[in-house]
Design a protein around this ligand. Structure first.
Ligand SMILES: [Zn+2]
Length: 222
């Protein structure tokens, strides 16, 4: 794994596409868990690291896919934003909560993993592995991001992506409309994050961004 900031490691979830679907080890907490096909790959990368909990930015198929496998193998609790808990526990709910679009159904079939009982509801103001939890709804009802003010690191989930999700080309984008039930609310969440002027942004999709001005300018343009 590559260490992107003090105690923040990138976990690659798909073979051959290093930044297509990302998870992160922040301190001793695994944030997100790729697709169900990622389970063995994630466990292998975590080998030798202390992991005491697994948290989600949001319960979508390419973030919760390996959650149950990882929690069970490592014997660790599952933490999820409150409004996404029913989807994390019963992934058929993910489809019902997402727009009724072909691409949403396709991603769901390809990536989703089994549900698991959530052990802790996380919400804005909580602390996770030295990060502050920030409520950033829109891409999902419960979506949260993780912010560490001391070195201005933001783990942003899918509020924005740094890769075009269809072409794979790098660049800042809003998440796909077909996967985002409330794009307007997601833009409000992005503006809240731009006000933080993060030095490092770690995305669910796409490589890390170390350019606060670029991040802020993009959000201003929305
Ligand atoms: Zn995603």
């Amino acid at each position: 794994m590559k260490e992107l900031a003090d105690g923040v490691w990138h976990v690659q979830c798909l073979p051959g596409l290093p930044w297509a679907i990302n998870a992160y080890l922040a301190g001793d907490v695994l944030i997100d868990a790729g697709a169900r096909q990622s389970t063995g790959r994630i466990l292998k990368q975590l080998d030798g690291h202390e992991v005491t909990a697994h948290a989600l930015t949001h319960a979508h198929p390419d973030h919760q896919g390996a959650s149950r496998g990882v929690c069970e193998r490592l014997g660790i609790p599952y933490w999820c934003p409150e409004a996404d808990i029913r989807a994390a526990e019963d992934p058929t709910m993910i489809r019902e909560l997402q727009p009724d679009k072909f691409i949403a159904g396709f991603y769901w079939r390809v990536f989703h993993g089994p549900g698991r009982k959530v052990d802790r509801a996380i919400k804005g103001g909580d602390e996770v592995a030295g990060f502050e939890v920030i409520d950033t709804p829109g891409h999902s009802a419960g979506h949260v991001t993780f912010w560490r003010e001391s070195d201005r690191v933001l783990i942003i989930g899918d509020v924005l992506t740094n890769m075009h999700q269809a072409t794979g080309l790098p660049g800042l984008h809003q998440p796909m409309r077909a996967l985002t039930p409330d794009a307007e609310e997601n833009r409000r969440s992005a503006k809240k994050l731009a006000a933080l002027e993060p030095e490092l942004v770690c995305f669910g999709h796409g490589g890390p961004l170390r350019d606060p001005a670029k991040f802020v300018d993009f959000v201003d343009s929305l």
